[in-house]
Design a protein around this ligand. Structure first.
Ligand code: ARG
Length: 457
């Protein structure tokens, strides 16, 4: 039976019931709903609605229900209850009889669902933070093993300047550090309990809401009941965090897909994260990475969808808000899966150093060095840039790298060029000169790795 049957003389149309019910997805809030209910029962003792003995009986029954739910969450789906709140209440009544009907005194599903979802968000954020750290550790380990693996760095997907595979790894460590802090920041803001806000105007029982918030592990209680039941900023913030995090993961995936391509051949992915083609026997496809890249789309969709759902909603609770859960659950599940999968993709990756080095040597990645060399000899940078451009055209014509041109050939472009130009054009010199903070030089990358280790341990 529905929780609200008294006012109705007609049964709900089966099709409406199906449309309206949220149990098929909010069953995931069972544990939070039960924990929230235990706390609420304690609050009801403080205002004389329940005796200590009644509260004890409710608490034991709720704890027993929690155990059953944890053992088999799927059993909930067999019920035709409207939502998880109705399900928990009906199970409680089954267990303790009419006493169970007292629990909802002074409470509404509106403050209840807002509380449950915030509790769920906090737990999910913990899992995400662990996964972010795990991926960062995998990246740092890969960086550590590849500090001397030189490869081309790109802009516009054109070879630009040499970098190391380690430096590339550490770039993603930085992105993940921002994802982590965005998540922690969102959790700080959502750590405020709506319980005791009633349907919209506040509860009619003089409950100490801050104490209640503390029992549930929240930092404090919300300040305005209308806002409490209609606020879904936490859902938006987590979706935005997930959307940005997934953009990072999709760029990581795209980089590796390119590095793994036949054209680049910089890395070889483990067979544990690749799959074959049903037709072409030679294929080893980077499916794990392509799925990470692809799943980024649905997370952006969830974020935009929720923005649109909330836009223009009048205060306070509206049923539209039930739409908050499916997108959030899917987006955070997807983010978590992709973080795990990205770490797995790094596990067993082979960096083909020879191939990386050859590619770094081609493509005139040291052209900037020649310009800097001319600057050191007194030529203004803009002029030096032009001279090197001409030298590159000549080298391309001869199908040689810049350092493959003879001194006489180089001097055609500028008389200041001398024998000492050749060491400057070496890959090692290109790297080691980038020694300011955040640059690709060996000591800077080693420092970044050490700092990351300290943060992660
Ligand atoms: N299933 C609802 C949701 O997820 C719970 C709150 C229902 N409140 C109400 N007044 N109908 O939003």
């Amino acid at each position: 039976m529905a929780l609200w049957g008294g006012r109705f003389t007609q049964a709900a149309d089966q099709r409406f019931k199906q449309f309206n019910d949220s149990l098929r997805f909010d069953y995931r809030l069972a544990a939070q709903d039960i924990v929230g209910s235990v706390a609420w029962s304690k609050a009801l003792v403080t205002v004389g609605v329940l005796s200590a003995d009644e509260q004890q009986r409710l608490e034991s029954a709720l704890n027993a229900l929690l155990k059953e739910v944890q053992a088999n969450p799927q059993q909930i789906l067999e019920s035709d209850a409207e939502d998880i709140h109705s399900w928990v209440e009906s199970k409680l009544i089954e267990k303790v009889g009419p006493l169970g009907k007292k629990l909802h005194t002074g409470r509404s599903r509106n403050d209840q669902v807002a509380t449950d979802l915030k509790l769920w968000c906090k737990e999910q954020a913990e899992l995400l933070l662990v996964a972010i750290h795990d991926l960062q550790r995998a990246l740092v380990a890969t960086a550590q093993a590849n500090q001397d693996a030189v490869m081309p760095g790109y802009t516009h997907l054109q070879r630009a300047q040499p970098v190391t595979f380690a430096h590339w790894c550490m770039a993603y460590v930085e992105m993940l550090a921002r994802d982590e802090s965005r998540l922690q920041d969102a959790v700080k803001r959502l750590d405020v309990s709506p319980l005791g806000s009633g349907a919209l105007a506040g509860t009619a029982y003089n409950i100490d809401r801050d104490q209640l918030a503390g029992w549930l592990g929240f930092a404090s209680a919300t300040r305005n009941s209308l806002d409490s039941v209609s606020d879904r900023d936490h859902v938006l913030e987590l979706l935005c965090g997930a959307a940005i995090g997934m953009v990072h993961l999709s760029r990581f995936a795209e980089d590796l897909i390119f590095f793994n391509s036949g054209e680049a051949g910089f890395v070889e992915l483990s067979e544990r994260v690749t799959s074959g083609s049903s037709l072409m026997p030679q294929k080893k496809n980077p499916d794990a990475l392509e799925l990470i890249r692809g799943k980024c789309g649905r997370v952006q969709g969830a974020m935009t969808g929720m923005m649109m759902t909330l836009k223009g909603l009048p205060l306070a609770y509206n049923k539209d808000m039930q739409e908050d859960k499916e997108g959030l659950f899917d987006a955070l599940d997807t983010w978590l899966d992709c973080l795990h999968m990205a770490a797995l993709a790094l596990d067993g990756i082979q960096v083909r150093r020879q191939r990386c080095q050859e590619a770094a040597q081609q493509g005139y990645a040291n052209a900037t060095e020649l310009a800097d060399y001319l600057v050191a000899k007194g030529i203004p940078f803009r002029e030096a840039h032009h001279i090197v451009g001409e030298a590159v055209v000549e080298a391309i014509g001869q199908a040689k790298p810049l350092e493959g041109l003879t001194l006489a050939q180089l001097q055609k472009f500028s008389q200041v060029i001398a024998e000492d130009v050749y060491p400057v054009l070496s890959l090692a010199s290109c790297l080691e000169k980038r020694c300011a903070k955040g640059g690709v030089s060996g000591p800077q990358v080693a420092q970044a790795i050490e700092d990351a280790h300290k943060r992660l341990d």
